[in-house]
Design a protein around this ligand. Structure first.
Ligand code: CUA
Length: 337
């Protein structure tokens, strides 16, 4: 479906599922604004022309109240305002909420001064470029390595702040093959304006070909993000404490998505943010029943490496664990910690 003046370049090309509705919402808001501007200014001009000082207008029987009129000009704009709010909130939530699609492509994005680093789940990495297939939901997990950046793809009508210290997620579904601008939309230092790139939306076949042509890491097989995490896990000798038979650190099997009780009594869900903190600053989140002896890895791992470790830990969940973990998670969603 096309908007009436889609051929007039008043906004960038729309290339995601949300773009059409976003543009429609924008048009409705502009339309409402113009409509009420015309009414208000029209009446102002009309009354000025009629009642300017010295005009011969009839000033007998002035009206002070008109209940139906006053109710109308209060309630109609209220209803319209709430309608726009509800619509915009629905759209916002749809674009920000964790995507439920099993088929979604998970991409990990690290923003740093002054570039975007992307990691595909199958291991391919790229800088300031993102290759994705058309017609498939793409979920981004984003974090900054230094200051606040903002990941902005106008053609997808989507933007999110990328902040240090916690993960953000964003998803979209590209609908059109093409090449689209990627910007950083948050002033982040002297080279902020150079922190730009391109999103390439490819046909599924071209995307497969791109994946084949861009393997990285050890040998021809390529290394997935989780496998890179496993290599790090071994290199850092995490297993000397976390292997189940060691009984020193908490075992990592089934950890992701489960609920943990910390030594200070807090109950937390072992999600992406928790695991990141447990790696970088473990003593702040010591698990109940364990000594706070794990050394902090803050400053020793890049954000990309932390993501790799977390993705490896995710793969350690027992096959039957996820449904249980999810049930626990939703039970817990009422209370925060
Ligand atoms: Cu990063 Cu501006």
């Amino acid at each position: 479906m096309r908007l009436p003046f889609a051929n007039i370049p008043i906004w960038p090309e729309g290339a995601s599922k949300a773009a059409f509705e976003m543009d429609l919402l924008y048009l409705v808001i502009v339309g409402l604004t113009v409509f009420f501007c015309i009414i208000v200014f029209g009446l102002v001009i009309y009354f000025v022309a009629k009642y300017y000082a010295g005009s011969k207008a009839d000033r007998s029987n002035p009206t002070f109240h008109n209940m139906p009129l006053e109710l109308a000009w209060s309630l109609i704009p209220l209803a319209l305002g709430l309608f726009v709010f509800g619509w915009a909130a629905k759209l916002f939530v749809e674009m920000q909420a964790p995507i439920q699609s099993e088929n979604a492509l998970n991409i990990y994005v690290v923003g740093k001064q002054w570039m975007w680093q992307m990691q595909h789940p199958t291991g391919q990495r790229e800088n300031n470029e993102l290759h994705i297939p058309v017609g498939r939901s793409v979920k981004l997990t984003l974090i900054s390595q230094d200051v606040i950046h903002s990941f902005y793809v106008p053609a997808f009508r989507t933007k999110t702040d990328v902040v240090p210290g916690r993960y953000r997620t964003l998803w979209f579904e590209p609908t059109k093959v093409g090449k689209y601008h990627l910007f950083c939309a948050e002033f982040c230092g002297t080279k902020h304006a150079e922190m730009t790139g391109w999103v390439y939306v490819l046909s599924p076949e071209d995307y497969e070909k791109w994946l084949q042509d861009n393997r990285w890491g050890m040998g021809d097989e390529g290394v997935t993000v989780a496998q890179a995490g496993q290599a790090l896990y071994e290199q850092l000798q995490c297993s000397s404490c976390h292997a189940p038979e060691q009984r020193i650190g908490p075992p990592l099997t089934g950890l992701y998505g489960s609920t943990r009780t910390l030594s200070d009594g807090r109950r937390v869900v072992a999600d992406y943010d928790y695991l990141r903190q447990a790696i970088l600053d473990p003593q702040a989140v010591t698990v109940s029943g364990h000594e706070p002896i794990m050394p902090p890895y803050r400053g020793q791992l890049t954000e990309q490496e932390v993501i790799q470790l977390i993705e490896f830990i995710k793969t350690l969940s027992a096959p039957e664990a996820p449904p249980v973990a999810e049930a626990e998670q939703s039970d817990d969603s009422g209370g925060n910690g």
